[in-house]
Ligand binder design. Structure first.
Ligand SMILES: C[S@@+](CC[C@H](N)C(=O)[O-])C[C@H]1O[C@@H](n2cnc3c(N)ncnc32)[C@H](O)[C@@H]1O
Length: 252
């Protein structure tokens, strides 16, 4: 299912902020090789390259659309289309950075244990993942899909919670010194049906792709109505979308 870089960037400030805050927690250890897993449009990858101008920085993403966008915006950087699940670096890496991508992959025990093993001694693994699986955005979409007459693929396409309890990550990343924290952002969104617009740029993308045009219209109407109730508009015209995220920085 293709990503739409322009739709994703409609909320660029809110989507980039956690990545910038994650980057700020990465210790200054002069990494020589850096990989941004699930780099998307490449904006954060370019910040990694600005902070460590002498490092080899690579962006990896499974979406051709995202990598095409990144290559156009930052033609001098190294971009590859690859699935993180099968990605193997050519040598050890000093910094693995991943913002808002690893929640799309399952079996986190195997994934995080493998990532830790790819990092050189003295290196860092820095990860942020959305941790809002019980929020109305997800619950409402799941209830509508579970109750309605939708094609089988649509229910399967809804991304469900793949995160483990935070102490698991600290254990899987041993012997690193691991800092794990969770932050809730109270995001003020503007415009008509902003919560719907937010989720169609990310978590509901695969669901919409599994529906035909009529089904999409029906699903959209049902979701929008329930989202308006769950996330009422404030008197200043904005809509607050609380969004929790799990962060971790492991120093090997
Ligand atoms: C929400 S975007 C985040 C993009 C970027 N890291 C950022 O913070 O702006 C998630 C990205 O992860 C990528 N992604 C999801 N699953 C992936 C996988 N298995 N392998 C590689 N990339 C993946 C998607 O293509 C998408 O570009």
């Amino acid at each position: 299912m293709p990503w739409d870089p322009d739709l994703y960037l409609r909320f660029a400030d809110h989507r980039t902020r956690p990545g910038i805050e994650l980057l700020a927690r990465v210790p200054d250890r002069e990494p020589r090789t850096i990989v941004d897993l699930g780099c998307g449009t490449g904006d954060l990858t370019s910040l990694l390259a600005s902070r460590w101008p002498d490092a080899d920085v690579a962006g990896i993403d499974s979406s051709t659309e995202m990598i095409t966008h990144a290559r156009r915006e930052y033609p001098d950087m190294a971009w590859s289309v690859a699935d993180i699940a099968f990605w193997e670096p050519s040598g050890s890496v000093d910094l693995i950075f991943s913002n808002a991508a690893l929640h799309w992959l399952d079996d986190h025990e195997a994934l995080f244990t493998r990532l830790r093993g790819l990092v050189a001694p003295g290196g860092v693994v820095a990860v942020q993942m959305p941790d809002n699986w019980a929020a109305p955005t997800h619950r409402i979409a799941a209830e509508i899909l579970d109750a309605g007459d939708w094609p089988d693929g649509a229910q399967d396409a809804l991304l469900r919670d793949r995160l483990s309890p935070p102490p698991d990550y600290a254990r899987w990343l041993q012997p690193a010194e691991v800092d794990v924290w969770r932050t809730t952002y109270y995001q003020r969104l503007t415009g008509e049906d902003p919560v719907w617009n937010w989720v169609t740029g990310s978590v509901l993308r695969p669901v919409l792709a599994a529906l035909d045009e009529d089904q999409r219209e029906r699903f959209s109407g049902l979701c929008r109505e329930r989202y308006r109730e769950a996330y009422p508009r404030e008197c200043d015209g904005t809509t607050v979308l609380p969004f929790s995220r799990l962060f971790m920085v492991a120093r090997l």
